[in-house]
Write a protein that binds this ligand. Sequence first.
Ligand code: MG
Length: 131
Amino acid sequence: MSDATTPVAALKDGIRRFAEARGWEPYHTPKNLVMALASEVGELCEVFRWLTPDESRGASADPQLRAAIADELADVANIVFLLSVHTGIDLSEAVRAKTAKNAIKYPPPAPPPPESGPGSGGGPPGEDAGQ
Ligand SMILES: [Mg+2]
């Protein structure tokens, strides 16, 4: 099972069936799930607490930290999937729509204007070398 080959629907159905088999669905109100999501995000934060920026970049290379990150990331994802199930919001469509909104809100930076003047040549850096 990997991200490359696993549909979101399979993950949502898997956690839904897990909860159903344990009789947890009555507790899975949107309010409770959002509270649980905040708790699980807090647990993920705890893994990175006090790490320097460089240490945080390398954390997933440490087997013990990697396992802790994976566990908490999975908890966060499972609650997001349950929120999607219990609100009827299609997660893939929501991500697509929000990314489209963000593309308008945060356009990519414009390319820098071409340089002009003697010796600039307008070509790639280093093109003038040796002249
Ligand atoms: Mg957890």
